[in-house]
Write a protein that binds this ligand. Structure first.
Ligand SMILES: Cc1cc2nc3c(=O)[nH]c(=O)nc-3n(C[C@H](O)[C@H](O)[C@H](O)COP(=O)(O)O)c2cc1C
Length: 384
């Protein structure tokens, strides 16, 4: 697999990405916590559901239009928050992703940990976007970020709640990856095997975080001061009261990302969230947790129809997205499925990932007899 053109599925994009970025970077994208049991289970859990087609429906026109977080989208999936995109695509970082999302008329989520600032991301494409936040210990700084996101025109906010502490990613420890990347003997050898990436990375603003200009500047030889300052930014004693406060302060569509139980989904509803994102951070945080797809039907039954359910975790095929919708989700969001494309070919690669999933999803709708999103329902799914 040497060219984007020859990639016909998301796994192909992953293989091409591994040839374009250094091993520590592709391990960072593909890796999970501990033994990566949850990482693998997120994907394999989709095999416990079968798609039931409805025969002889008129599917001459397929309409995939839907509404999520108060925004119209051409497809029921969008790009999730992925921090440090400058490692995967040094030239354009997040700008490549947001432009690709705009082209497909789907939402883009800007991570707190973006290398480009939220204002630059907002300017790069005039399409609907979400801003993902972690809770900051400095209330004034948190309010400032909130105001900046509003002023830049972000339509919705996503609060990630599953990263109070970083996951134990052993691939990163073994490959010598630090965030931001540092030149150690081990990593330097890997970086030199990808000279094109290395030149672009050195020419770019590197790993500096666009949303926090106050942090010390990083270089590939010294990032100590940056790492210490960064770790002090985040609140460790986060509670539901903080979430409630943020929902009120934002005053618009608000999703809580990292919900992994019916009880917490109900708590999020009570707190005033307009959406829950069933997610275990792609298996990158707590190993041993269930796959989000396994929770969808129970959460939908408990929280009722008015709150949106968004699902991520293991989505690599259009049929995965169809299954999530048939179980009761409103949409899916993409992590590695998109980042593989971004690493493989920048904006063109990100577009390729969206194009592959769009074609697969539309084909699945056609084969199941569904001509619009609201026709996808529990009659189309069977649990093994
Ligand atoms: C490289 C990478 C960076 C990520 N950065 C963030 C982040 O900054 N904020 C966040 O909430 N989630 C982050 N995530 C998690 C994704 O948003 C998403 O929850 C996860 O990848 C879903 O898994 P899936 O793609 O297997 O469906 C990141 C994931 C990856 C792969």
């Amino acid at each position: 697999m040497y060219r984007l053109k020859s990639c016909i599925n998301i796994d192909d994009l992953g293989r091409l990405a591994a040839k374009r970025v250094p091993l520590p970077v592709s391990d960072y994208v593909e890796g999970g916590a501990d033994d990566e049991v949850t990482l693998r289970h997120n994907c394999s859990a989709f095999n416990h559901y079968q798609i039931v087609p409805k025969a002889l429906q008129d599917v001459s026109v397929i309409n995939t239009q839907t509404q999520v977080m108060g925004c119209e989208m051409a497809l029921p999936f969008y790009i999730s928050a992925t921090g440090f995109s400058g490692m995967m695509c040094p030239k354009d970082a997040e700008l490549a992703g947001v432009r690709a999302a705009a082209k497909f008329d789907v939402l883009y989520t800007a991570s707190t940990f973006s290398n480009r600032s939220l204002e630059e991301i907002a300017q790069a494409a005039h399409s609907d976007k979400l801003f993902q936040v972690y809770v900051l210990s400095d209330k004034a700084l948190a309010s400032q970020l909130n105001q900046r996101a509003k002023a830049a025109g972000f339509k919705g906010m996503v609060l990630t709640i599953d990263t109070i502490v970083g996951g134990n990613r052993e691939r990163d420890t073994r490959s010598g990856l630090s965030i931001p990347p540092r030149l150690t003997l081990k990593s330097t050898l890997q970086f030199m095997l990808r000279p094109r990436w290395l030149v672009q990375y050195l020419l770019s603003d590197g790993a500096n975080l666009g949303n926090f200009p106050q942090l010390p500047k990083v270089s590939m030889t010294d990032s100590q001061a940056f790492v210490i300052a960064l770790s002090k930014l985040f609140k460790k004693d986060l509670t539901w009261a903080d979430a409630e406060h943020m929902i009120q302060e934002w005053g618009g569509p608000f999703a809580i990302k990292g919900i992994m139980s019916v009880e917490d989904a109900l708590r999020a509803k009570q707190a005033g969230a307009s959406a829950v994102i069933l997610s275990n951070h792609g298996g990158r945080q707590l190993d041993g947790s269930p796959a989000p797809i396994e929770l969808v039907a129970d959460v939908r039954a408990a929280i009722g129809p008015e709150i949106e359910i968004i699902v991520d975790g293991g989505i690599r095929r259009g049929t995965d997205i169809f299954k999530a919708l048939a179980l009761g989700a409103n949409a899916c969001s993409l992590g590695p499925a998109y980042v593989r494309g971004l690493s493989a070919g920048g904006q063109a690669g990100a577009e390729k990932a969206l194009e592959i999933l769009k074609a697969e999803f539309e084909r699945c709708m056609t084969l199941t007899g569904c001509s619009s999103i609201d026709q996808i329902g529990s009659e189309h799914i069977r649990q093994l």
